[in-house]
Ligand binder design. Structure first.
Ligand code: ADE
Length: 241
């Protein structure tokens, strides 16, 4: 049976998937760590979903790259999957054609806020491009658009961030995918990022307000498209078995 592990940062993003797939929480994860694991089966797939959990000091969801790194490491250690799916929400530029609730798959994943101007090698390390050929293939089959998924640790966007993001043709800005890709690369593990737009970074509304208003809608759309992806993977694994 093909094993799929989903890494989802926030509980609010994960709940529609957990409910739709009927996943149950497991006690497999190290209790000292904040991440939480949910498991079940869907068609001929074994599914695990790991969230980053919440911060014990501030009582908020653990968004960002360190929790994503830890959750991915713990997920790979526990579940040894065949494929990782990073399902989450993101910002987009309306002048790139993005609309609230649109769902994209990452054709490439990179950091945009790790600026290390110490020569080409450090600059390239800071950006860390991770091409995702499998995601491009699957997106074509699902008729989903692809984007450059750009990871940083801020929800807002400084002018410097914007200048870097605007060097890419079609951007989804978020806070975890490149950290997940970095961990996955050590295991030579394929990664597919699926991102649903909560906010338009060039709109007149504040990003945090748009994010909060649209989180439920974007998470529902995310669930619908991840289900289509799982259906396709289930079908493919049938013909491969
Ligand atoms: N997640 C959803 N929207 C985002 C944004 N604009 N920036 C970073 N992460 C996000």
């Amino acid at each position: 049976m093909k094993k799929i592990t989903m890494i989802v940062a926030m509980k609010q993003e994960a709940v529609p998937l957990i409910e739709k797939l009927g996943l149950a929480q497991t006690s497999d994860t190290n209790p000292l760590l904040p991440c939480k694991a949910f498991s079940g089966e869907y068609k001929n797939l074994s599914i695990n979903l790991v969230t980053n959990g919440s911060d014990s000091v501030h009582g908020v969801e653990n968004v960002g790259t360190q929790p994503a790194t830890l959750a991915t490491y713990e997920a790979l250690r526990l579940f040894s999957p065949d494929l990782i799916i990073n399902a989450g929400t993101c910002g987009g530029f309306s002048d790139h054609g993005c609309k609230i609730g649109d769902v994209y798959m990452g054709e490439r994943i990179r950091f945009f806020d790790r600026r290390i101007p110490m020569g080409d090698h450090y600059e390239a390390y800071g950006d860390s491009n991770y091409p995702c050929e499998l995601a491009v293939e699957l997106a074509q089959k699902l008729d989903l658009p692809t984007s450059i998924v750009c990871t940083g640790n801020s929800l807002d966007m400084s002018p410097t961030d914007e200048a870097i993001l605007r060097q890419e043709p079609l951007v989804n800005k978020e806070m975890e995918a490149a950290a997940i890709a970095w961990v996955a690369s050590h295991y030579q593990m394929p990664l597919v990022a699926v991102k649903s737009v909560t906010d338009l970074m060039d709109s007149e509304h504040g990003t945090a307000d748009e994010f909060s208003s649209n989180l439920a809608l974007a998470s529902k759309n995310l669930q619908v498209e991840v289900l289509r992806l799982l259906d396709l993977l289930a079908q493919q694994s049938l013909t491969q078995d």
